[in-house]
Design a binder for this molecule. Structure first.
Ligand SMILES: [Zn+2]
Ligand SMILES: [Zn+2]
Length: 214
């Protein structure tokens, strides 16, 4: 296990999917530190709502096919998780602000630091085609819309990608895939944003034709 020189003072979650919360309950109990998330994400972190079932019918390969095995049960952090401040600031993270980037989940956020234009995008977009098992293993870089099998609201997902593109990040760290920067990032993020309906949204799948907000 990785040892930390000094324990963290807080944990900020981009969203509550199982692959992003890890051993959080144990860590929070051990370190006795607060967790912050968007208020719309709280029901999923306090045991009240579970995420929509992964959609295995979405086009795009093996990880999508395996996705029904992924847990969607909510974890319950109780009062250890708190809503992020309304003004966009992030406790303990001076220079950073959070941006609401829903679509992949209702309370998904990204984190941005203006002074060097660093973006932590969570799953709002990723730099590997996460549905494709081969690409996941090789981590071949390719900017891509949120993991398809777990994204219920594609309209919001598009708006969020446009929002992030408009920030003109210099470096993007995403929830899946390697970091991407400079010219490669500008080009691929512009391409994804400008062609989201063609390259970002799956051609078929349960969530594609639904316009309800989840
Ligand atoms: Zn996710
Ligand atoms: Zn993820």
């Amino acid at each position: 296990m990785k040892t930390f020189r000094s324990p963290p003072v807080a944990i900020v979650l981009t969203h509550g999917h199982f692959d992003h919360v890890g051993a959080i309950i144990e860590l929070v109990d051990y370190w006795k530190i607060p967790v912050y998330a968007h208020e719309y994400e709280l029901p999923y972190l306090q045991g009240e709502l579970k995420y929509p079932e992964p959609d295995p019918t979405v086009e795009g390969g093996m990880v999508a096919k395996l996705s029904p095995l992924f847990p969607v049960e909510p974890i319950n952090l109780g009062d250890k998780v708190q809503p992020l401040p309304q003004d966009g600031s992030i406790p303990h993270m001076k220079d950073w602000r959070w941006i609401h980037t829903p679509g992949h989940t209702p309370g998904h956020i990204s984190l941005f630091r203006e002074k060097d234009r660093t973006l932590i995008a969570g799953d709002a977009f990723v730099t590997v085609k996460q549905e494709n098992l081969y690409d996941v293993f090789t981590q071949e870089k390719q900017i891509s819309s949120p993991p398809r099998y777990l994204t219920p609201n594609w309209e919001a997902a598009e708006t969020s990608v446009l929002k992030l593109r408009d920030l003109q990040p210099e470096l993007a760290i995403t929830g899946h895939g390697h970091p991407m920067q400079g010219e490669e990032l500008h080009k691929s993020l512009n391409y994804l944003a400008d062609n989201f309906k063609e390259v970002g949204v799956p051609d078929h799948g349960h969530y594609v034709d639904e316009d309800d907000q989840r």
